[in-house]
Write a protein that binds this ligand. Structure first.
Ligand code: ATP
Ligand code: NAG
Ligand code: NAG
Ligand code: NAG
Ligand code: NAG
Ligand code: MG
Length: 446
């Protein structure tokens, strides 16, 4: 097939390289137009090599631009949706092209060569899936998520492609050949991104029904990153899981007649999403970790726990108390944290005989994690004071300070989607690093 990759050689240079001023932001020098599509234009940034300006156009398209109507303000709404969603993903730890918002209708992104595949991820069967899979009823739930790939080819209506077709196309972008490893990375990333957005929308009682995304190869780092945009056109959202309340672009596609009133309704829907999308960045619950150490000699160990908690966005307080030498104080400190209604996970750090964690565990309904700083000489004996409990105690024991914080994060992740999203992205990133390390090793040993 002909090269699907946008050819930047026919780009137009913008006369006089205009300055673009962002809202309260540093202005940037716009260079050549690198690309223009139906909904946006991509400009080089003269003084920021490796970055581009992504400018939204004020129009909405459906059915391959057959229906094209200007919708005033749509670009601004799209911008807001995209920047909030990318911020959420970025803060979770997902690698994206997004850098920062530049203006109402534009953002700065890493310059990517785009991989011409649309990755579609579905939780609930609807739309084109039903047409291609007769017999499947709308509402069929996919667990695990259903993945589909479409080759971006307007002339042929974006045909569905198999993994083998992607591999045989041997795309090469920014010097990276798209092989099995890259396809696996995009597959895994799409699932993680879907789950993060699904979990976040659930806080607004909204079902993320399906989603389509695109990846690019960062021209500087050769990394595969989530690129292009995620906006109303990219997903189906059903408030309270109810199709009749859908707030996405399908409303526009379904319009029988494009009247000013109908367009107002579509625009109101779009505004509904862009207002709610901001709420996705807000934590739904506030929790904290309280680390109790038997002695300040364990401070370094406790600081590691605190640092890891902070990376998950969980506040962490360090206290010194000994259940052996000052049990009255230990129980007083416990009461302090039980008394203010903030959900708390206690971490007990005590060397030699760990009385601290078990005494806490026997006297509070909050979870207690033992994280004893074991020493090589007596560690094998000391650990039993954290493991062998009287009946009625349910404390856990985790030796690594990072892992103790991770377990606390997993507890808070049950109710705080932002913490859950960080854990989910971290799992993806670990998986991808292993995959890339193995690919490098194989390349070296050939
Ligand atoms: N960070 C980026 N770096 C380089 N190009 C990008 C970046 N983000 C998006 N693009 C590309 O900019 C082009 C214009 O976007 P637009 O969405 O308007 O195109 P389109 O008409 O929808 O066509 P397409 O079917 O390729 O999406 C697209 O080819 C898109 O892939
Ligand atoms: C994506 O991953 C799923 C689950 O591992 C697998 O079933 C599917 O074949 C993969 N698809 C591609 C294109 O790699
Ligand atoms: C979601 O639904 C629950 C139960 O119906 C309700 O209590 C809650 O306020 C709703 N949340 C939002 C953000 O609408
Ligand atoms: C997405 O939809 C919501 C409501 O349906 C709307 O507010 C928002 O502007 C839309 N985003 C885009 C990019 O059109
Ligand atoms: C018009 C508009 O809503 N512009 C917004 C684009 O997104 C950024 C980041 O969320 C906002 O700061 C702008 O106000
Ligand atoms: Mg596009």
């Amino acid at each position: 097939h002909s090269s699907p990759i946008p050819d930047s050689s026919n780009s137009m240079s913008v006369p006089g390289a205009p300055l673009l001023r962002g809202t309260g932001q540093v202005s940037c020098l716009i260079g050549q137009k690198l690309n223009e599509g139906k909904t946006k234009q991509i400009f080089e940034l003269v003084d920021q090599p490796g970055l581009v300006l992504v400018q939204s156009k004020d129009q909405i398209t459906a059915g391959n631009a057959v229906r094209k109507d200007q919708m005033e303000g749509k670009a601004a709404i799209a911008n807001k949706t995209t920047s909030c969603v990318f911020k959420l993903l970025q803060e979770s730890g997902i690698k994206t092209a997004f850098v920062k918002q530049q203006s109402d209708t534009a953002f700065i992104a890493a310059h990517c060569e785009m991989i011409p595949i649309e990755w579609v991820c579905r939780r609930v069967a609807t739309g084109s899936f039903l047409k291609r899979n007769p017999g499947v009823k709308e509402g069929y739930r996919f667990s695990p998520l259903k993945m589909e790939m479409f080759f971006k080819d307007d002339a042929n209506n974006d045909p569905q492609w198999s993994e083998e077709q992607i591999l045989e196309a041997k795309f090469s972008l920014a010097g990276l050949t798209i092989g099995k490893c890259e396809v696996d990375i995009m597959n895994r990333s799409t699932v993680a991104i879907f789950e993060i957005l699904e979990k976040s929308w659930a806080t607004q009682n909204c079902t993320l029904v399906d989603m389509k995304i695109e990846f690019g190869v960062n021209v500087k780092t050769q990394e595969i990153v989530l690129a292009d945009v995620i906006d109303n056109d990219s997903w189906r959202l059903w408030p309270a899981g109810d199709r009749s309340q859908q707030k996405d672009k399908q409303v526009y596609r379904d319009l029988k007649e494009v009247t000013p009133e109908a367009m107002q309704m579509v625009k109101r829907n779009f505004e509904w999403v862009s207002e709610r999308v901001k709420l996705l960045l807000e934590s739904q619950s506030r929790g904290r970790v309280v680390v109790l150490m038997g002695s300040t000699s364990d401070m370094a160990h406790c600081e590691k726990i605190k640092k890891a908690c902070t990376s998950y966005g969980i506040p962490c307080i360090l206290r010194v108390t000994s259940a052996h030498k000052g049990p009255d104080e230990t129980l007083r400190i416990k009461a302090e944290y039980e008394g203010d209604g903030v959900p708390t996970v206690f971490v007990a750090v005590a060397g030699r005989s760990n009385g601290l964690g078990p005494v806490m565990s026997g006297n509070t309904a909050y979870p207690v994690i033992n994280c004893p700083p074991l020493t090589p000489d007596w560690g094998a004996q000391d650990v039993w004071s954290s493991l062998r409990m009287p009946s009625g105690l349910g404390c856990s024991t985790i030796l690594s300070p990072d892992a103790a914080a991770q377990f606390a994060a997993q507890i808070f992740g049950l109710t705080d989607h932002l913490v859950w999203c960080k854990l989910r992205a971290s799992m993806l990133n670990t998986w991808v690093s292993l995959k890339v390390a193995d690919k490098k090793l194989q390349a070296c040993s050939v």
